[in-house]
Design a protein around this ligand. Structure first.
Ligand code: ARG
Length: 471
């Protein structure tokens, strides 16, 4: 039985039913739907629509429905068009015709928008926790690999020596911004649509501020027309997840590259890598490849949502039913990827000797120029002189540190006899101690900052019993 049969003489064609029904995915809103309905029953009771006894009976019935969902005993029926229908149908079975009073003054338009926002509020902390755990793994790696030297790249060409800890932490901060974005999103999700009716508002004397508070929202929406159609929060959520995907993809691409035999900087643990059905020797970084690949799908989910919203007239349109699958998909994708990558990071082996071998003397050409600057040569000239040294070494087929003191002095008198001290990569790294640089003393400060950033508090104004539970 649908909630809207009155004006129809026949029933919906099965083919139309198939397209129209949303129960297949919106049953994920079960908890939120029941919670919203309990608060609604109380709101209309306070407005004099229900007696106290009726309200108690309805709420008790809804609690039973909630327990059935919790125990996974709830039996969906073939006629349940969506989660709202399923809950109301079951309530009717439990308490009889009184169930028919619950929907007074409410529409599924304000109801579904409320349920969906509650779901996002409930699940933002779950995503946040998965990100935090991943960040913790990066911090642990940075601590464990603190002094390890590695080649740093620009254009994927060897550039300058850096600390591996600095590199790990370079993947921490983008995720920090992602978490800040999720936290910031809360205030735009926590606006209550319930009490907007189908579009025009509620004719009963409900206290929407109290309703908002009861459901853990910061405030009721200001405009009923807008409230039933606003899905900015869902699009923003998908932007956040797309960015997270992008950040994980960048790290993943590096992990794929750095685990090749050619680089050999990392070796993945057996538990977090896979083999080939044909080539017995293969150990593949599939998890990172999947993260890289799935990040493309995450971008697509955002695009799909924006495209769905783009052509809509104002207030509720059924297109909006399509808002939920992409949000659920993005959430499921990330809550699957993040723990797996966290495990992979925690269990991989680093190969410091391979990284050290990737640092050649040419990567210290900048240090050579800086050395001349310290001895009074203008940087532009110092840069040109270091470049000449690189060319001379290349012509002779030797490395930069193989040129002799007299070779250097032949280029410029400012080169001293201790010029070769420049070619110590540890020294090069140690010199970059301005804040945010790769020197151990700067990275130590950064590590401290990262540890503090880990404890970003989640600001979700939602009920404590629901926070942190995925559904
Ligand atoms: N399943 C619908 C959705 O997710 C519920 C709202 C239906 N409203 C309506 N006017 N048909 O959007």
């Amino acid at each position: 039985m649908t909630l809207w049969g009155g004006r129809f003489s026949g029933s919906l064609d099965p083919l139309a039913w198939e397209l129209n029904a949303s129960i297949g995915f919106d049953q994920r809103l079960a908890r939120q739907d029941v919670r919203g309905s309990i608060a609604w029953a109380q709101a209309i009771a306070a407005a004099g629509v229900l007696s106290a006894a009726e309200c108690d009976q309805i709420c008790a019935g809804l609690q039973t429905v909630a327990q059935e969902f919790e125990a996974e005993r709830f039996a969906f029926q073939p006629g349940d068009e969506d989660i709202h229908t399923a809950v109301e149908r079951r309530l009717g079975e439990l308490i009889g015709p009184l169930a028919g009073k619950l929907h007074t003054g409410r529409s599924r338009n304000d109801q579904v928008a409320t349920d969906f926002r509650l779901w996002v509020l409930d699940n933002l902390p779950v995503l946040d926790a998965a990100l935090q755990e991943f960040q913790s793994a990066l911090v642990e790696r940075a601590e464990a690999d603190f002094e390890t030297l590695m080649p740093g790249y620009t254009h994927l060409q060897r550039a300058q020596p850096i600390l591996l800890s600095h590199w790990w932490l370079s993947h921490f901060w983008p995720l920090h911004r992602d978490r800040q974005r999720l936290h910031d999103l809360v205030k735009r999700v926590a606006v209550l649509p319930l009490g907007s009716g189908a579009l025009a508002g509620c004719p009963f004397a409900i206290d929407r501020a109290a309703l908002a508070q009861a459901l853990g929202f910061a405030a009721p929406s200001a405009n009923s027309l807008e409230a039933v159609s606003d899905r900015d929060f869902a699009a923003e959520f998908l932007f956040c997840t797309a960015m997270i995907g992008l950040h994980l993809s960048k790290l993943s691409e590096m992990m794929v590259l750095f685990t090749t035999a050619e680089f050999g900087f990392f070796e993945l643990s057996d538990a977090f890598s896979t083999g080939s059905s044909l080539m017995p020797q293969k150990k593949n970084p599939d998890l990172f490849e999947l993260a890289r690949g799935k990040s493309g799908a995450l971008l697509g989910l955002l695009n799909g949502m924006l495209a769905m919203l783009k052509g809509l007239p104002s207030t509720y349109d059924k297109d909006l039913q399509e808002d939920k699958p992409p949000v659920f998909a993005a959430f499921d994708t990330l809550t699957t990827i993040l723990p797996a990558l966290t495990g992979a990071l925690r269990t991989l082996k680093t190969r410091p000797a391979r990284m050290r071998a990737g640092i050649d003397a040419a990567m210290l050409a900048t240090d050579l120029a800086d050395y001349l600057v310290e001895r009074g040569v203008a940087f532009r000239e110092a840069h040109a002189l270091a470049g000449k040294a690189v060319r001379l070494a290349a012509e002779r087929g030797v490395t930069l540190d193989a040129l002799s003191v007299s070779d250097y002095q032949g280029l410029h008198a400012a080169f001293g006899t201790e010029v070769h001290t420049v070619f110590d990569p540890a020294q090069s790294v140690a010199r970059r101690k301005a804040s945010g640089g790769t020197a151990p003393e700067a990275v130590k400060v950064q590590l401290q900052q990262a540890k503090e950033a880990l404890h970003l508090q989640h600001a979700a104004p939602t009920q404590p019993d629901s926070a942190g539970k995925a559904s």
